[in-house]
Design a protein around this ligand. Structure first.
Ligand code: 6PG
Length: 250
């Protein structure tokens, strides 16, 4: 049984996700003194980040103990409209007291291979154990083509077993990306997918209920230990799932 929560609409999904992240932040700081969070890009999480920057969520999160990472980045300047860092800054980071040194961005403006190496080095500095880091929460989206983070269908990055962060050229976008690898994501204490909208219904059903074909549906590579992945979706996105999987548990 998947850890799946179906919210009646996008607004309830956004509130549910904000509540989930707030609780994770409080629990992590209580348990080990900091909260390491990797953000997703794309449109779905933006209103969640905006909500986290406002009361009551903003007051409940111990921001000075939060470390922000990015699961992927577009290879553009941090000021570019396409930048995931820019989106997170505008929606959240400019409005809450996260220490600047705790904001770990991917250098989208740099050479992609260098940016990936530098980001892996930065992660190794913050997580010095040598093994894949156990971030407290990694947020992910789901693309209509089954990608997550920037793990795109057919990409050689899907078979990566050792690297934590890799560069890749995404043919369908004609653009470079830098992304967390699947083994890094799978080492997280908690992974949370945020999926909204009718245009995601078919791919969500294929990823969760269809045959395992990760070359086609890279999101299927995300399989942390049992209980460590949550799917927070709205009813429109859940429309293709079997009835027994539906129901609101928010
Ligand atoms: C990005 C992402 C990407 C995103 C999905 C879903 O940088 O674009 O991190 O993996 O999460 O494409 O995007 P939407 O939420 O916009 O549908």
């Amino acid at each position: 049984m998947k850890d799946l929560t179906v919210y009646p609409d996008q607004d309830r999904l956004v509130r549910g996700a904000a509540e989930f992240l707030t609780r994770q932040a409080m629990a992590a700081v209580e348990a080990h003194g900091r909260f390491t969070l990797a953000l997703a890009g794309g449109g779905t999480p933006r209103p969640v980040y905006e909500l986290l920057a406002t009361p009551p969520f903003a007051e409940r999160i111990p921001w000075t103990k939060v470390h922000i990472f990015f699961g992927d980045e577009r290879c553009v300047a941090p000021t570019d409209q396409e930048s995931n860092y820019r989106m997170a800054r505008e929606a959240l980071l400019d409005h809450v007291p996260v220490p600047p040194a705790n904001i770990h961005r991917i250098a989208g403006e740099a050479d992609p291979a260098q940016a990936a190496l530098a980001y892996e080095a930065e992660l190794r500095r913050v997580f010095p154990t040598g093994t894949f880091p156990d971030l407290d929460v990694i947020c992910l989206g789901l693309g209509r083509n089954g990608h997550t983070a920037s793990l795109f269908p057919g990409s050689s990055s899907l078979r990566e077993g050792d690297r934590w962060v890799v560069p890749l050229y995404v043919e369908v976008l004609g653009a470079w990306r830098v992304t967390f690898t699947a083994p890094l994501v799978n080492a997280a204490r908690q992974v949370v997918f945020l999926v909204s909208g009718a245009d995601k219904a078919a791919v969500l059903a294929a990823v969760l209920e269809g045959p395992y074909q990760p070359e086609v549906l890279p999101a299927q590579l995300i399989q942390p230990q049992p209980g460590r992945v949550q799917w927070l979706v709205d009813a429109a996105a859940a429309a293709g799932l079997p009835p027994q999987a539906e129901g609101e548990h928010s």
